[in-house]
Write a new protein. Structure first.
Length: 138
């Protein structure tokens, strides 16, 4: 299953879950489940109640996000369309292309949000002002 969220920029993808005698698991491989080579993985957990995270866009960075535990909401905005989705299933990943404004909120107390990125951290890639984001899109 692939479901477009913001055409050309964001889409949800189903991840194949496997089961053995002791557990279920999901494999993430570059250029397979994650559609790019990755250089960095990080995860958010123990997020303070009521906080909103993100509030930025990336100029070039591609990311893949999955709530491996719990849930959170993600507002996605490509400058023309704005939608909010809930990540709440470890078998569903979200591919985030460049130039998408994102805000994460409503984290459950058990939320672990894992993010895979195609490049190392670079502050120069961030757009942290929404009006600057809209200007950059033009």
């Amino acid at each position: 299953m692939i479901q477009s969220i913001l055409p050309g920029r964001c889409r949800l993808v189903a991840l194949a879950s496997e089961r053995n005698a002791s557990c279920s698991f999901i494999k993430l491989q570059a250029s397979r489940e994650v559609p790019f080579d990755f250089a960095r993985v990080y995860y958010l957990y123990d997020t303070t109640e009521g906080v909103t995270r993100g509030m930025h866009a990336h100029r070039q960075l591609q990311q893949f996000a999955v709530a491996v535990s719990g849930s959170c909401k993600m507002l996605l905005d490509d400058g023309q369309r704005r939608t909010t989705i809930e990540l709440n299933d470890p078998t569903i990943g979200l591919i985030l292309g460049p130039m998408v404004w994102r805000e994460m909120s409503d984290f459950s107390t058990d939320c672990v949000l894992m993010v895979v990125a195609d490049a190392p951290y670079s502050e120069a890639d961030y757009i942290r002002d929404y009006n600057e984001f809209l200007t950059a899109l033009r």
